[in-house]
Design a protein around this ligand. Structure first.
Ligand code: NDP
Ligand code: DGY
Length: 322
């Protein structure tokens, strides 16, 4: 079985593949993404592909791979980079990495929310640049979670894990939205299912943890931000394209909302001269939601095991049902 691995991944994951009998591994052994031409060449004639969210696996890649490609295993829970219709048409199985990164991503979401609402990067900068002259009653104030309403867009694995972590901060009310009410997911937080518009209007904090789909693409737009409170804070740890970034910029720049925290942007990386980076009230991280050593190692091992199981025609630990 010939497989192509599109990046340097944690050693534990590669070890699973190299120790599997009969598995020939070709790898793009670099921290940087595989250039498109090398991806197309690397995948040719392979039976398995282990890829990352930064690899666009579309028809061109599938055609370059040829008819032997049986399994695609992505080292991510998000799968918006995969052309699922084309993959399904070819009978290719897909593995992904849910659950194992939920805690790390929820933790990062809370860290980002607190950084944005309590203005941490701005405050750290003041310490360094001499802006801290004395204790001032009106200086560096932000917004706290006590007695607040938190709206979660996408109360899935990560959304619930975020709510679980925020509840002890004294949140008064949780709202959520999605494709329909999920009483079993919301019960733990007594969360109320509401339309997106009501979530925008009533939340003090909005946390986006949904999947990127045609329905969620550009969902947080001018209308959404205009409905939000001027004192509210917006956090996105899902995918950049759920947000219309120009509309977000305008909302932040004109005081329509108080602050934002983004772990994901469009594009990634965000160009260093992007207008959002000029705003003090916007905290931007480089897509590090799942970036703990342990989580990335577990993701790599799971992605490798998904790949091997698929190649052997066995049940995968986590198969995406197409
Ligand atoms: P889940 O499948 O458990 O949750 C996805 C959620 O998206 C579901 O609750 C679903 O709600 C919701 N959703 C789907 N359509 C809509 C819609 N139209 N409006 C609102 N919500 C909607 O996935 P996870 O929680 O495991 O992961 C979620 C996403 O987080 C991933 O797809 C990925 O993009 C991102 N992610 C980012 C990371 C980072 O590093 N920043 C790390 C890990 C994941 P419903 O069931 O009602 O449709
Ligand atoms: C995912 O898995 O989808 C994240 O974006 C990275 O861990």
């Amino acid at each position: 079985m010939a497989v192509f691995v599109t990046r340097r991944i944690p050693a534990e994951g590669l070890r699973v593949l190299s120790q599997a009998g009969g598995c020939r591994v070709q790898q793009w052994d670099s921290e940087e993404p595989v250039p498109r031409a090398q991806l197309l060449a690397g995948v040719a004639g392979k039976h398995g592909l282990l890829c990352l969210l930064s690899d666009r696996i579309d028809r061109e890649v599938l055609e370059a791979a040829g008819p032997d490609l049986k399994v695609i295993s992505t080292m991510s829970v998000g799968f918006d980079h995969l052309a699922l219709e084309e993959i399904k048409k070819r009978g290719i199985r897909v593995g992904y990495t849910p659950d194992v990164l939920t805690d790390a991503t929820a933790e990062l979401s809370v860290a980002l929310l607190l950084s944005a609402c309590r203005r941490l990067p701005e405050a750290v900068e003041q310490v360094k640049n001499g802006g801290w002259t004395t204790w001032k009653p009106l200086w560096m104030c932000g917004y706290g979670l006590s007695d607040s309403t938190v709206g979660i867009i996408g109360l899935g694995r990560i959304g619930q894990a975020v709510a679980r972590r925020l509840k002890p901060f004294g949140v008064k009310k949780f709202l959520y939205t999605g494709s329909g009410p999920k009483p079993e997911s919301g019960a733990e937080f007594e969360a109320e299912f509401v339309p997106l518009t009501r979530l925008a209007e009533e939340s003090d904090f909005v946390v986006v943890t949904c999947a990127l789909t045609p329905a969620t693409q550009g969902m947080c737009n001018k209308d959404f931000f205009t409905r939000m409170k001027k004192t509210s804070v917006f956090v996105n740890t899902s995918r950049g394209s759920v947000v219309n970034q120009e509309d977000l910029y305008n909302a932040l720049a004109h005081g329509q909302i108080a602050a934002a925290g983004l772990d994901v942007t469009t594009p990634e990386p965000l160009p260093t001269d992007h207008p959002l980076l000029s705003l003090k009230n916007c905290v931007i991280l480089p897509h590090i939601g799942s970036a703990t050593y342990a989580t990335r190692s577990t993701m790599a091992v799971l992605a490798a095991n998904n790949l091997l199981a698929g190649l052997r025609g066995e049940a995968m630990p986590h198969e995406l049902l197409l």
